[in-house]
Design a protein around this ligand. Sequence first.
Ligand code: ARG
Length: 565
Amino acid sequence: MKLKEEVNKVIKAAFDKAGIDAEPISVSEATKPEFGDYQFNGAMALSKKLRKNPREIASEIMGHLDFSGIVAKAEIAGPGFINLWLNDTWVAQACEKARADERLGIEKTSNPIKVVVDYSGPNMAKQMHVGHLRSTIIGDTLANLLEFLGDEVIRQNHIGDWGTQFGMLIAYLEERGEDGSGSLKDLEQFYKDAKKRFDEDEAFADKAREYVVKIQSGDEHCLNLWQKFIDISLGHCEEVYDKLCVRLTREDVKAESFYNEDLPEVVADLAKEGRLRESEGAQCVFFEEDEIPVIVQKGDGGYLYATTDLAALRYRANILGAKRISYVVDARQGEHFKQIFKVAKMSGFVPEDVKLEHVAFGTMMDKGGKPFKTRDGGTVKLIDLLDEAVVKAKAAIKEKDDYSEEEVEKLAKTIGIGAVKYADLSINRESNYIFNWDKMLSFEGNTSLYMQYAYARIQSIFRRYGGEIKGDIVITDVLEHRLSVMLLRFEEVLERAAEDAAPNQITTYLYELVTLFMRFYEQNPILKEGVDEATKQSRLALADMTAKTIKQGLDILGIEVVDKL
Ligand code: ARG
C-alpha cells in the first residue's frame, strides 16, 4: 500500500477543484500523533506564486478536500500546514486486504531493472575479517530488498584472487606438500609462515617470483596450484556465509582474475578515446588540474585494482545489462569509486543512464572507539566472532530454562547471528560502528531480540487462542488506528530504503512498529475475559498483521524469527 501516494491524490484533486495550477509537494508523516497522520506543508511554497498568504491557500485547499475516502479529517495549523487524519474504516479495510495477501499487499515494481550488487569481496590471500562482515551483511540485505521489490538482482562477489603475493603462497603450498586444507585453515598464519620463508630463503624467494611470472603467463602447473589455493580459501569464506545465512553462492563469484584478459583492452580503449597520458612511465587518466589521476597501467606493464574495476564496470553494464550497480564497500575506498565511475562514464564504458553508486560504510570499532582488534592486536577472525555470538546467545537464553539442549542449540544460532547482523544493519551505515555484545544481545531497545521476542509473543497468543481468525479489523481507539497506519506504511519504508540503500530505515521502522504494538497490547488485551468477540477478532487480526510484517522485515534483513522465546 502506497499510503502517501493515496493521500497525495486527494490533495491534488483539491488543487484541481480550487483551480490551483501546480503540482502539490508530497505530504509527510506527522511528527506527533496530535498532528494527525500526515501533514501537507505545501501552502507556504505557493504563497509567492499565488500572491496569497499560506493560511488562505490552506483554507482554500481545505474547502475542496474530499472527506469521503482515505482522509477523514483535516485541520489548518501554524502558518499554513494542513494536518490530515486518515479514515478508520478505510485504513482497517486496507489492512485487512494486505493481511490476506502473501506479499502483505506490497506490489512488485512495475518497472523492474537489472541491478548488480557487489558485496563481500574478500581477499583470498588473507583471512576474512570483521571489515568484510559489514559488506557481506549490508550487501546481502540490499540484494534481498531489491529482489523483494521486484528488480532482477545479480549478486557479484568480486573476490581478490590475483596479485604478486600468490606466487609466494602457492610456492609455499607446494613446499608443504599436503593437500593444503589443513595448513590453510588459518590463512593469516599460513601467510606469515610463507612470508617468513620468503624473507629467509633466497631460493624460495626466487621460486616465488618465478611462480608469479608463471601464473601470469598461464603455466598449467602453477595455475593448478593457484586454483587449489583459491578453492580452499573460498571454502573458508563459504563457511562464514553459511553461518551468517547470507545468500551468496559460488555462482555469484566473479573474481578479479575473471577480468584479466580484458585489462589490455581497457587500456587500449582508453588510449583510443584519447584519455591516457603517460606520467613517470605509467599510463594515467587525468581529470581537472587539482584532481589526482587514476593509474591504469604501471611502468612495468602491470595492471591495478582500478583497471580491474573498470573492466568489471563495463562487463556489468554491457554484458549483464545492469541499470544500477551498487558497490557495498568500505567508505575508505570512496575516492577510488568516485574516480572509476567518472572514467567509466566519460569514456563511454558505461551508458549515461546507468546508476553507479558506492554504498559506503564506516569502520567497525570496539567499545572504546578503537578499530576492532583481538586482545593481542591481531585482526579478529570473522568465524571466531560468529561462534562467540552463538555462545553468548546461549547464555542469554539459558536463563529461561524450559528448553531442551537441542532447542537451545538451534535458538542460540538464530538469535546470536541475528543479533550480530541486526546491530550492524540498524545504524546509519556511513557511521563508524561500535561493536557491543551487551547492547546487541539485549531484549530491550532496537535489537533483533526485541523483534524476535515480539514475534514469539504474538505466536504464543495464537497458541493460546487455538482457533482461526474469523473477524475483520475494526478500529476502536487511537492506538489501533496508529498501529494500522503504521502497518500500511511498510511498503513506502521499503521503497525508500531501497532507493537510499539504507537498511537502517527498515530497522527503525520495525522498532517503531514493535514499540507501538507493545503499547497497544498492554492497553488492549486480546484473550482476556470480558473482551467481546468482535473486538477479540479484530485485535487478533492486528496482532497477526504485525507478526507478518516483522517476519517479512526480518527476512529481508536475512534474520529468522522464532515461534517461542
Ligand atoms: N577485495 C576488496 C577489499 O577487500 C573489495 C572489493 C570490492 N569490490 C570491487 N569491485 N572493488 O577491499
